[in-house]
Design a protein around this ligand. Structure first.
Ligand code: PDD
Length: 287
């Protein structure tokens, strides 16, 4: 059975799901996106992803393609039509197809946004074997643009970062700016020292992770100490443990930073506990 993809109001087999070559998402990376995980057929943190999507659109003066209720209905319809039990729903909104290439934004009354959603089936997503062994990360320069708080589809450098990590035998790269870690290529970064969870404070420098917000809330509720401040890669190398968070990795322990093993080189107790709490609580609230 071919995957069913949503494009501008239609549910189509993936071979028939197409977007114009003049779409500004294709020509200019003039688009924003969200990735929402699905566990047991239900959406995790949907309201948070919807709120961030609306913020991204607002920051770029891009029109909302439809209401939050309609977006939820489309997500659910795609999950059902594709029989997704565990996996992801990818959503992308672009400034649409003005019919030609031009740096100037098209008139929103004439050019409607493009809305595309598709699913990725990932059976056993929450039981990822990597969570038992943890990730190795390397550090690379953060040369991305200055509005990383907007979830745009400009993913070339994060993609290059993943490739640099892969080449170095690691799982991901942590991005460094002015000596401090901003975030991972596609996740937020944390270290743990003396039981305190340390992660960079929110600003335009990083994406405001939906998983981050939930994990920090659960950590506080579990009486864990959270410190929102920047940390250096040297501090990370000597941390007791480390981890990253994202909608696709949930809470993923990090066991090695630039070749330095953290603790005993295995996932630490704080990351392991936070992963359990996150999965348990998010499942309870899933829609
Ligand atoms: N990435 N930082 C960056 C740069 C990201 O791309 C992501 C998410 C996050 C974590 O955000 P959240 O917890 O809301 O997923 C942080 C998604 C998963 C992706 O690009 O596939």
């Amino acid at each position: 059975m071919s995957r069913i993809v949503y494009v501008n109001g239609e549910y189509l087999p993936e071979e028939q799901a197409v977007v114009s070559v003049f779409d500004r998402g294709f020509l200019m990376a003039d688009g924003v996106y969200e990735v929402t995980s699905v566990l047991g057929g239900k959406l995790i943190d949907f309201a948070g992803h919807c709120a961030r999507l609306n913020r991204s659109l607002g920051e770029l003066d891009m029109a909302r393609p439809c209401s939050d209720e309609e977006l939820l209905a489309i997500h659910r319809e795609l999950v059902a039509r594709n029989g997704i039990v565990d996996g992801l729903v990818y959503l992308q909104v672009t400034r649409g197809n003005p019919g030609d290439r031009d740096f100037v934004f098209p008139d929103p009354d004439e050019t409607k946004p493009t809305l595309v959603l598709f699913t990725q089936s990932k059976p056993g997503l929450a039981e990822s074997p990597a969570a038992k062994t943890g990730w190795k990360v390397i550090s690379i320069d953060d040369i991305r643009w200055g509005r990383r708080d907007i979830k745009t589809t400009q993913l070339l450098y994060p993609s290059m970062g993943k490739m640099m990590a892969k080449k170095a035998g690691a799982d991901d790269a942590w991005l460094i700016e002015d000596g401090f870690v901003t975030e991972g290529t596609s996740n937020n970064a944390y270290i743990v020292k003396g039981g305190r969870i340390i992660t960079r404070a929110l600003s335009n420098d990083i994406l405001h992770g939906i998983t981050r917000a939930a994990v920090l809330r659960f950590a506080s509720e579990a009486q864990m100490q959270v410190e929102e401040r920047s940390f250096t890669i040297d501090e990370a190398k000597t941390a007791d443990e480390a981890f990253v968070t994202s909608a696709s990795a949930f809470v993923m322990p990090v066991v090695e930073v630039d070749g330095a093993a953290l603790g005993d080189g295995r996932p630490g107790p704080v990351a392991t506990r936070l992963r359990e709490i996150y999965l348990e609580e998010s499942l309870k609230a899933a829609v």
